[in-house]
Design a protein around this ligand. Structure first.
Ligand SMILES: [Zn+2]
Ligand SMILES: [Zn+2]
Length: 343
């Protein structure tokens, strides 16, 4: 089968022929219908994210149809429409026991990170990692739930976003659009920050109460202060995390403000402690999501409460176009790869 493979840092991905994987006991083989392209893939290619395991097939936002099941699988059958939870924890550590597989230090698999993911015609995963998709939800719209919406749900939980908070979403990509909608759902007032008019217009359409175009404003933090009567933001989600955005993000925090890193760049975060001390501010990191959050995210999208944003659907062979467009900031939401073409 065809698969887009990672061969180590600073090496372009390659489209290759690899054997169709066999499902082992407790596993299912899924025919991949749609796989979302995330910024993480750019970080693998650039070498910023180097987990030391290669070659592997990329792709962690995976929706498809169960094609066959391994021995002992009773919960799934061929034809089931599913989305895949990409972490498989050890199942024994304190984090796994709490359902926080995203924090497991010795995971058995992490699709598209340390094991084969969904930029391929087929992928194998434990049956327990599959979440049912309703027939009404097209695969291309479902795939970006896997990381985009679910990671947003996780980060909102960590930051305790609640009614009356002012929440800044700094960076308008797949996770950013998820954050705008979920923060609104929790009763927060949302300010979106980005550099593209088109992306910000969509943020407004999805519920952002105000937007700031960072390419047209000298002092983004001052703009947020002006929008909050000088008070600042209770929560700032950092999806860009360059030196410039991190300094602005810190400067726009309110008292008891929470700065939450979801994204990262090559830049380090430097802050004078007094900036945090006098505000009693908190700095948090947020990684991935849990299986329970994926189930919740599917429910939110299925019932129409949250929308995924698909820029376009491309064949698997066009993966490099997808990455190039994303790298150059021309993608609104997600590009989704369809390894099986239109079927
Ligand atoms: Zn992702
Ligand atoms: Zn574990």
């Amino acid at each position: 089968m065809k698969a887009v493979r990672y061969h180590g840092p600073r090496t372009p991905f390659r489209l290759e022929d690899v054997p169709v994987p066999e499902p082992g006991p407790g596993e299912v083989r899924v025919r991949v219908e749609a796989a979302g392209v995330c910024h993480t893939e750019l970080h693998f290619e650039s070498g910023l994210l180097d987990l030391g395991i290669a070659p592997i097939t990329m792709g962690h936002e995976i929706a498809g149809t169960v094609e066959s099941v391994g021995s002992g699988v009773t919960t799934r059958q061929p034809g089931d429409r599913v989305i895949i939870y990409y972490y498989t924890g050890c199942g024994r550590c304190e984090w796994c026991e709490r359902g926080e597989e995203n924090l497991c230090a010795t995971p058995r698999a992490e699709l598209g990170f340390i094991s084969d993911g969904g930029y391929a015609e087929y992928v194998v995963a434990p049956a327990r990692n599959t979440v049912s998709l309703p027939d009404t939800l097209p695969f291309a719209d479902a795939a970006p739930i896997g990381c985009g919406v679910t990671t947003a749900l996780h980060a909102c939980g960590l930051a305790h976003v609640s009614s009356g908070d002012t929440v800044v979403v700094y960076g308008m990509g797949g996770v950013g659009y998820g954050l705008v909608q979920i923060a609104r759902l929790r009763g927060a007032r949302v300010i979106g920050i980005g550099r593209s008019r088109e992306k910000l217009a969509l943020a407004s359409e999805l519920g952002a109460d105000a937007v700031v175009n960072a390419s047209q404003v000298d002092d983004v933090a001052a703009q947020v202060r002006a929008l909050t009567d000088g008070r600042g933001a209770d929560v700032v989600f950092e999806l860009v995390a360059t030196e410039a955005t991190m300094s602005a993000s810190t400067a726009m925090l309110s008292r008891h403000g929470r700065l939450v890193f979801v994204g990262y760049s090559k830049d380090a975060f430097t802050v004078h402690p007094i900036q945090l001390v006098i505000l009693e501010a908190q700095v948090l990191g947020s990684v991935g999501n849990t299986l329970a959050e994926l189930e919740e995210a599917v429910r939110l999208v299925a019932e129409g409460t949250v929308r995924t944003v698909v820029d376009r659907v491309l064949p698997l062979e066009s993966y490099s176009t997808a990455l190039q467009e994303l790298r150059e900031g021309r993608v609104v939401g997600r590009v989704v790869l369809a390894p099986g073409g239109d079927r």
